[in-house]
Design a protein around this ligand. Structure first.
Ligand code: ARG
Length: 270
């Protein structure tokens, strides 16, 4: 009897130990990344100046921040380039360690991911043809608007929860902002709604045909996403702090965005 009781105690003890050690392993994303020798970033490289392709390479502001994260961890950076709307599912399926994609930290997304500190301030912007009768946000009422699927611009224009006073006629969703702009140029769309700096880059490619409107429609901040509870967020926050304090963040941003606009960085605006 006594022996049995002791055995049971030992067994219970072993089980508790096994459970707690597997818990520690599951919580140690940073250690796991270091052991693997690589960190996987997932993004949607259709978003100049934050991530876009230069030949075979993915470049841009987020890429440079990701390089610093990999450097801090002492590992290789691997990049997976997928559709924007697949980023969070892919992260949560364990296919990546973090998302760096000019992603706005929204409460809705916070249900499924943890966000780092903000690193950039942004807003949704309207692109129209230069001869358009759309002069501001309210002129979008009854219009056909193109957005990048699954983005905050999509949510804003679709207005499912009725929180916006704008009722567009139709929202057309594209996997690339560039494709939406083609449809705007050809007259199939009345306007495109997309983040401010990507909008500028798209307009720069067709300056005499399209333009952005002054009015900013939303206030958003970009942050890097990790799976809920991932301790990698601490390393990412450290990197963001270091880049801000050393002035490197501003240097990175001004490589891609003309100097007059670099006050959009979350740090200098704070
Ligand atoms: N900021 C917007 C959002 O979070 C758009 C981001 C699009 N990013 C991209 N890499 N395509 O919804």
């Amino acid at each position: 009897m006594k022996m049995q009781k002791m055995m049971a105690l030992v067994l219970a003890g072993t089980m508790t130990l096994a459970m707690s050690s597997s818990f520690v392993m599951a919580a140690g994303e940073t250690e796991a990344v270091k052991a693997a020798g690589k960190v996987v970033m997932t993004t949607n490289a259709e978003f100049e100046p934050f991530e876009y392709k230069d030949g075979d390479e993915i470049v841009g502001i987020d890429r440079e921040i990701a390089d610093k994260i990999a450097e801090k961890l002492g590992v290789e950076l691997e990049i997976s380039d997928i559709a924007f709307s697949s980023l969070i599912p892919s992260l949560n399926a364990g296919k990546a360690d973090f998302i760096a994609a000019g992603m706005t930290a929204t409460d809705e997304r916070r249900k499924n991911v943890d966000f780092s500190k903000d690193y950039f301030n942004a807003s949704q912007t309207i692109i129209v043809r230069t001869d358009s009768d759309i002069k501001g946000r309210e002129d979008l009422n009854g219009k056909v608007v193109g957005v990048q699927e699954g983005t905050t611009g999509d949510v804003y224009c679709t207005n499912e929860d009725g929180s916006s006073d704008i009722a567009v006629k139709e929202v057309r969703r594209f996997s690339k902002g560039m494709d939406a702009v083609s449809d705007l140029l050809s007259g199939r769309l009345d306007a495109v709604v997309i983040d401010d700096f990507p909008a500028q880059k798209l307009v720069e490619k067709n300056p005499d045909k399209i333009m952005t409107l002054e009015e900013a429609m939303t206030e958003e901040t970009y942050a890097i996403a990790v799976p809920l509870g991932s301790d990698l967020v601490d390393v990412i926050n450290e990197v963001i702090d270091e880049l801000n304090e050393s002035g490197e963040m501003d240097q990175i941003v001004s490589k891609y965005i003309s100097v007059s606009e670099d006050d959009a960085s979350a740090d200098s605006a704070a």
